[in-house]
Design a binder for this molecule. Structure first.
Ligand code: UD1
Length: 373
């Protein structure tokens, strides 16, 4: 009998599901893995399974790309019969992508318990598709695992019973620690030695779907590149828009790479002078690595990276980016510290909790404290 059906769909899910699958296996919990196929390119999906030793998915929905409605609906349509045939005790979803809400919704409506890993993060910016996915997934989840303590207050504000919430730490950081010694040295990924460099990732619709915003960002990156070489692994969405808007010349002089695998990215970040990004996960990974991060967004759903980590919000504003960059070059930039429970044991805490929780009847949450510290 399958106890937990785990779901992963897009690149940022894979490094979260990897330690969870491993911890469930270690705890003797029978789990299966389902890949929705939201991300399907070898560089966006297969390489992560290989690098992180994620078991081959038991089910693959092969939904591919589409508008939000099409993608979410396709996942839902294709997930339902799988759920029916597997009949798990619970469905476990991670993060905030379209696959997360789609599978959570199907499970909740079929009366299957939903477990959300990385619950309670809030940017309070509903123009982000991920924010909508987070709020809705949390509302219909039975058990919510959080990565930082601020998440509980967010959830309580939305009427979620704290008995359903468990602070376990950050499973993505479990993956980071587990793989740090296998990180590919940056010199190999770059094919050259750069004494110092910055890494840039850009893929948020708010930054890359709007031509003037993308132009301004690429221009300021071009300026930075004259002082400190900029390495940019290009997300397919961003590459497509740069071509469509006729901005290819703005990449001249930058070290452009295709999307890189997990171990390459880890090596690139570890060896970088600083990272510029609009990703959610990279804000956390740079905090764990102690590398300064300039986040090209107006807000973050991961405030601990600002309060305790190495993260600074600069938005898409050239002046703020220039100023923060100059500060880091002059020896500033946050050193930060490692947040509570970002210790490589988050997935194990999840598995311990599930061992007690899974056999309980639906709707019962309060438990003796099984947390291991
Ligand atoms: C998705 C997630 C986002 C996450 C990001 C990481 C949602 C709402 N967004 O955004 O939270 O940070 O993944 O990458 O779920 N494409 C390919 N090959 C692929 C996948 C995508 O070429 O393997 C192209 C397609 O043209 C597609 C576009 O990238 O239309 C966007 O993909 P999609 O999954 O819709 O959103 P992301 O921007 O990747």
């Amino acid at each position: 009998m399958t106890q937990v059906l785990c779901v992963a769909g897009a690149r940022p899910n894979f490094m979260k599901i990897a330690p969870v699958m491993a911890a469930l296996a270690e705890a003797g919990i029978a789990a299966q893995l389902l890949h929705t196929g939201q991300h399907y390119d070898a560089a966006m999906s297969d390489s992560f399974f290989a690098d992180l030793g994620i078991p081959r998915p038991d089910h693959h929905l092969e939904v591919g790309s589409g508008s939000h409605a099409v993608q979410t609906a396709e996942v839902m349509k294709r997930f339902e019969p799988v759920l029916e045939s597997v009949q798990p005790q619970a469905v476990l979803v991670v993060g905030d992508v379209n696959s997360t809400i789609a599978c959570a919704l199907v499970a909740a409506k079929r009366g299957v318990r939903v477990i959300h890993v990385e619950a309670g993060l809030r940017s309070y910016d509903r123009s982000m598709p991920e924010e909508i996915n987070r709020v809705l997934t949390d509302q219909i989840s039975d058990l919510l695992f959080t990565t930082e303590r601020s998440a509980l207050a967010n959830l309580q504000r939305e009427g979620i019973d704290p008995a359903r919430v468990e602070f376990v730490g950050n499973v993505m950081i479990d993956t980071l620690y587990r793989n740090l010694e296998h990180a590919v040295p940056s010199v190999r990924t770059l094919g050259a030695t750069l004494a110092q460099y910055a890494v840039l990732t850009l893929h948020r619709p708010s930054n890359v779907d709007d031509a003037p915003t993308l132009a301004a960002l690429l221009d300021v990156v071009g300026e930075i590149n004259r002082t400190l070489p900029v390495v940019m692994p290009l997300h397919p969405r961003t590459r497509g828009n740069i071509e469509r808007f006729g901005f290819t010349a703005k990449l001249d002089g930058l070290h452009i790479l295709p999307p890189v695998g997990y171990l390459e990215m880890l090596g690139l970040m570890r060896d970088a002078k600083l990272v510029l990004t609009d990703s959610g996960g990279i804000q956390e990974e740079t905090t764990a690595l102690g590398v300064p991060c300039l986040t090209l967004r107006e807000n973050t759903e991961r405030p601990i990276t600002l309060d305790e980590g190495t993260n600074t919000l600069v938005g898409p504003h050239p002046e703020a980016i220039r100023r923060a960059f100059a500060e880091i070059l002059a020896g500033g930039g946050k050193a930060g510290r490692i947040p509570e429970y970002w210790d490589g044991r988050a997935a194990m805490r999840i598995a311990y909790k599930l061992k007690d929780w899974l056999p309980m009847p639906k709707g019962v949450h309060a438990l003796s404290d099984t947390r291991i510290v």
